[in-house]
Ligand binder design. Structure first.
Ligand code: GDP
Ligand code: MG
Length: 317
């Protein structure tokens, strides 16, 4: 059995398709309009296509890259029919995603040589960090891994309680302190507790206050440094969560966070309720950071391992 078949059960695929349905309709509605009545890819079609890509939140730089590549093909082939445009676009977009995403990610795996595997989750308030942590804890636990959560978003009491709700729901231990306590101290405790419990995965929630870039950088640096006192090479992954429905704002956040700390992977959430699936393409291309997960709903199962083949398939259906 192919590993795609194994991992992307039809049920799972349906969720992804459903989640991306709006994006598709919108992208393809617009794409069809862009080529309506045209048989040949000419300047006007390319102009329209540019508009479609930008308005689908692919981002200006990535859009220009795609347009340039198609222009090059038009120049080479002389006559390029609009009926081929779909296939070519698909190839170009898959190509862009290939540069950062190996495409081999198919399940919620963590490297077996890192124990405990420490995952630090960052991002601004409201993007879906806590929810994504809950969903990840569920997936890892389902595999029989021992998971510990650390509530290092100590800025609001509600944030700690919200993570607690997920911890209880998934039935995994959570390390917490009072609201207002030092996030680095919570992270330290969580790692120590995880090590003592022989945990496989430790996931650390953080506060995403962007009011001051220097503050953010200092705070994340401190959390990392303190964690390294317990697990020398922690964190093994710094996952930046971005709200896919915010379009250009998500690009801006990616810029700020990558400037403040070394981000090693991305999760793009809320792709269920938006027409902006294109944000995944642009961000992946512009930041050269792999998209690891996509959020397609508020439920516990509504997190998918990002797979570029599946994504392009859904986008172009
Ligand atoms: N529709 C949808 N809602 C989501 C998704 N992920 C998170 N949310 C919702 O977004 C809101 C903020 O999420 P939360 O995890 O509290 O964000 P945090 O502040 O970054 O921790 C909540 O109402 C979540 O249910 C998603 O993939 N799809
Ligand atoms: Mg939160």
């Amino acid at each position: 059995m192919s590993f795609f078949k194994k991992i992307f059960s039809s049920e799972k695929k349906e969720t992804l398709n459903k989640g991306l349905e709006k994006s598709n309709t919108s992208f393809f509605g617009k794409l069809s309009k862009a080529v309506a009545g045209k048989s040949k890819v000419d300047d006007e079609v390319l102009d329209n296509l540019e508009e479609v890509l930008v308005s689908s939140d692919v981002g200006v730089n990535t859009t220009l890259k795609v347009i340039e590549r198609i222009e090059a093909r038009v120049a080479k082939d002389k006559y390029l029919g609009t009926d081929e445009l779909n296939k070519i676009l698909r190839e170009e977009i898959a190509g862009l995603l290939s540069e950062t995403n190996s495409g081999e990610e198919t399940d919620f795996v963590i490297p077996s040589d890192k124990k405990p595997y420490v995952l630090m989750v960052v991002g601004v308030n409201g993007v879906g960090k806590t929810t994504t942590i809950g969903k990840l804890a569920y997936q890892f636990k389902k595999q029989g891994l021992k998971v510990v959560l650390g509530a290092a978003d100590t800025f609001r009491a509600a944030a700690i309680d919200q993570l607690q709700v997920w911890a209880d729901r998934v039935d995994v231990p959570m390390v917490r302190q009072d609201m207002g306590s030092d996030p680095a101290s919570v992270a330290f405790d969580a790692l120590q507790s995880g090590v003592n419990q022989n945990a496989d995965v430790i996931i650390i929630d953080t506060a995403g206050r962007l009011h001051n870039k220097v503050n953010l950088m200092n705070e994340l640096t401190k959390v990392k440094r303190v964690m390294q006192k317990v697990v020398g090479d922690a964190p093994h992954d710094v996952l930046l969560v971005l709200d896919g429905s915010t379009g250009q704002n998500a690009f801006e956040q990616a810029k700020q966070f990558t400037a403040a700390t070394e981000v090693t992977s991305l999760a793009v959430t809320k792709l269920d309720g938006t027409a902006k699936g294109g944000v995944v393409i642009g961000i992946s291309d512009q930041f050269q950071i792999p998209v690891k997960y996509i959020g397609v709903g508020e439920g516990i199962e509504d997190l998918q391992v990002f797979n570029k083949y599946e994504f392009v398939d859904s986008f172009f259906k």
